[in-house]
Design a binder for this molecule. Structure first.
Ligand code: ZN
Length: 686
């Protein structure tokens, strides 16, 4: 570890030494919630927050070293995701960064400010398409300004950008400015060729039919332990041949993978125990070979790795970005256990079989024996790849269905992130605008932080792990509808049980009223407020949003007669009113049973009908009303994060002794630093 070495002088001057030491100690201490400044930046539809890393100071020196090495391994993959999200993303990001840092004109000019905003949006989305809505956002600075600034760049810039000035202008100007080119990153419509119409970079020169044929041949329905076909590769056609280019050392993205592997090997050397060491070594082996069998072996080892305090995700994991739901984007995080809050998830997993047995799903779709659900509450120390700068608040892995069935899954709730969300939302006027009355406001003020975290625990720890596929059902049978159906299944499981008397009995909720806070906020969000994230005229694309509207709309329609949930208006504004919470729970149970059946039987037609009927379209009048009310509050609909800056401290013999954590870095500083220190891929990869 020679990169950013700081020597602590221990021999030169005793007085100075102890002085230095106490200042380091204070730099290691986690600031209190009320002393911490969560807010970093606001632009376009984003607010950037920072998060605390509580109790990092309590880690041992060896644990801190492990954390540091894993952090570095996480940051090295950043460029991979840009390239996966779109073939021109790295080239465009580098061009913008060079203009931004070389600019010597008026920084208060509209053009420069618009360029800054556009660049920040590219950083947020890891590319030129909206991180959530998937549509391409178009810049507000002028084309002439942009071309002029490119022409002014120093010659050295073009080397890193990968194209000379003229070529660069002719290639990227239309891609950036013409709304029709690469209009969406991810097209999930059922009536088009999803591959041809999606700008993501998982396929090249192949159409959907060819992709389906290629992977159809690979799959053997009789295989009970299939690898995740296509997970870590790009499918291309060259000279009439269709084949995979695998992400691995010596393959696609090799330069970034090499650095990731370097830091993983360092991490393996300071692992907390032998098992964790073998987990990391298996991951290295997989990165070296690209062999999906090894990825399964790694996942099985990783699931069983429950003892260490520190844990991580690093690799090609989630398939939300692939229109076929097969190919995984690169992501990483590093985390350690929040011991106190983990008691909550331990209670839930200890009772996992009870929940499975008592869920309202058909017996043939239930697991007879729920396997080891390892659930914990964590604090993250770094977010990276597809988890940065926007991050999930709960994660359940691995995704392979048969591994989950045989070996179980590991599930986390990220408490230092939910804390930041919660702290940043205090007093912003949102609930006052959209809640029906003081009753609902009081419920949410009293219980929402607890019930939100509990719902996430239930979603991750039980929901995703529940149920089973019938024998012979293809795990990818639901295609692009699979993700939303799976999220709905997990959300419904959580919603159904959070209203169960068992929650109070287990000490997870203080009383039998508390769950109403979760129900009310869920329906307010699913029927109204999540629409603020969608531009007028657009459909809902993102899987979690589709899931939430699916659930809310289904129950709403079921309530047409009995008005268990209804809309009421006051002063021309629409509100959600829940008149009968128990009835709502009953409908949620019915829907859970249906969704589980769709999942278990791989019923693509039913999945498509369910999603298209409830989850995609918005009522344009209501949509406009919600957007207008929301606009008056001046709240951005999306939140992202900056990571803390970590600096290792070495003694004079170059032994790691401590880790300094600094929260001060702003959003632009962070990205420019990452682009300088963690950017090993060329702009164009094949
Ligand atoms: Zn989920």
């Amino acid at each position: 570890m020679k990169k950013t070495v700081i020597f602590v002088m221990t021999t030169v001057c005793l007085f100075a030494c102890s002085d230095k030491k106490s200042s380091i100690d204070s730099e290691l201490k986690t600031p209190a919630i009320n002393e911490f400044n969560y807010k970093v930046d606001v632009f376009a539809d984003m607010e950037i927050l920072r998060y605390r890393v509580p109790e990092i100071e309590k880690l041992t020196a060896k644990q801190k070293e492990l954390l540091y090495c894993l952090n570095e391994a996480a940051l090295q993959g950043r460029d991979i995701l840009y390239d996966q999200n779109g073939k021109y993303n790295l080239c465009i990001r580098r061009t913008l960064e060079h203009i931004y840092t070389n600019f010597d004109g008026d920084k208060n000019s509209d053009n420069f400010k618009m360029l800054e905003t556009y660049l920040k949006r590219v950083w947020v989305s890891n590319g030129i398409h909206h991180h959530y809505g998937n549509h391409k956002f178009v810049p507000e600075f002028s084309q002439d300004f942009f071309i002029n600034e490119i022409k002014k760049l120093p010659e050295a810039a073009f080397e890193k950008i990968g194209l000379n000035s003229d070529k660069l202008i002719s290639v990227i100007v239309p891609i950036i400015f013409d709304p029709a080119i690469f209009a969406t990153r991810l097209n999930q419509a059922s009536n088009v060729d999803r591959i041809i119409t999606s700008a993501s970079n998982y396929y090249e020169n192949v159409n959907q039919k060819e992709v389906e044929t290629f992977y159809g041949k690979m799959k053997d329905p009789g295989n009970e332990t299939p690898v995740s076909y296509g997970l870590n590769s790009k499918l291309v056609k060259e000279n009439g041949q269709i084949f995979e280019k695998t992400y691995r050392l010596g393959g696609l993205y090799s330069a970034a993978i090499e650095k990731t592997v370097y830091w993983l090997q360092k991490a393996a050397a300071v692992a907390e125990n032998e098992h964790q060491k073998s987990v990391i070594e298996k991951l290295v082996d997989y990165y070296k070979t690209g062999d999906l069998q090894k990825f399964d072996e790694y996942s099985i080892l990783w699931v069983a790795d429950t003892l260490p305090h520190i844990d991580f995700i690093n690799g090609f994991i989630e398939t939300y970005g692939d229109p076929m739901g097969m190919k995984a984007s690169w992501e990483a995080n590093v985390n350690f256990k929040n011991t106190e809050a983990t008691k909550r998830t331990e209670i839930i997993s200890a009772n996992a079989q009870w929940f499975e047995d008592n869920s309202p799903t058909d017996k043939q779709f239930k697991k007879e024996k729920v396997n080891g659900i390892a659930a914990k509450v964590i604090n993250v120390s770094i977010l990276a790849g597809d988890s940065y700068p926007t991050t999930p608040i709960g994660i359940n892995l691995p995704n392979s269905n048969w591994i989950r069935a045989v070996h179980g899954s590991k599930s986390v709730t990220i408490e230092n992130i939910t804390e930041a969300y919660d702290q940043a939302s205090h007093g912003n006027g949102f609930a006052d605008e959209f809640a029906w009355s003081k009753t609902e406001l009081d419920l949410m003020n009293s219980y929402k932080f607890i019930t939100d975290n509990l719902h996430t625990d239930l979603h991750e720890c039980l929901g995703h792990g529940s149920g089973k596929l019938l024998q012979g059902v293809d795990p990818d049978a639901l295609q692009s509808y699979g993700a939303a159906i799976e999220e709905a299944r997990a959300d419904l499981f959580g919603l159904y049980f959070i209203a169960d008397a068992k929650m109070v009995e287990l000490g997870l909720l203080p009383n039998e009223e508390a769950y109403k806070a979760e129900y009310y906020s869920f329906f307010m969000n699913g029927l109204l407020t999540q629409q603020t994230r969608i531009e007028p005229g657009k459909d809902i694309e993102e899987a979690h949003m589709r899931n939430r509207q699916l659930i809310a709309r289904y129950v709403f329609e079921k309530s047409a007669e009995d008005k268990a949930v209804e809309f009421k208006t006051r002063d021309g504004k629409t509100f959600v009113v829940i008149n009968d919470y128990r009835k709502v729970r009953q409908y949620l149970g019915e829907l859970l049973a249906q969704i589980q059946q769709i999942k278990s039987t791989g019923d693509l037609t039913a999945a498509r009908n369910m999603i298209e009927k409830y989850a995609v379209k918005l009522d344009p009048v209501l949509h406009r009303e919600v957007i207008e009310r929301y606009a008056k509050l001046n709240i951005t609909p999306y939140k992202g994060f900056v990571n803390p800056v970590y600096t290792p401290i070495f003694d004079k013999d170059n032994n790691f002794i401590n880790l300094k954590i600094d929260y001060a870095e702003n959003f632009a500083e962070q990205h420019l630093r990452y682009s300088r220190d963690y950017s090993s891929l060329p702009s164009f990869n094949d």
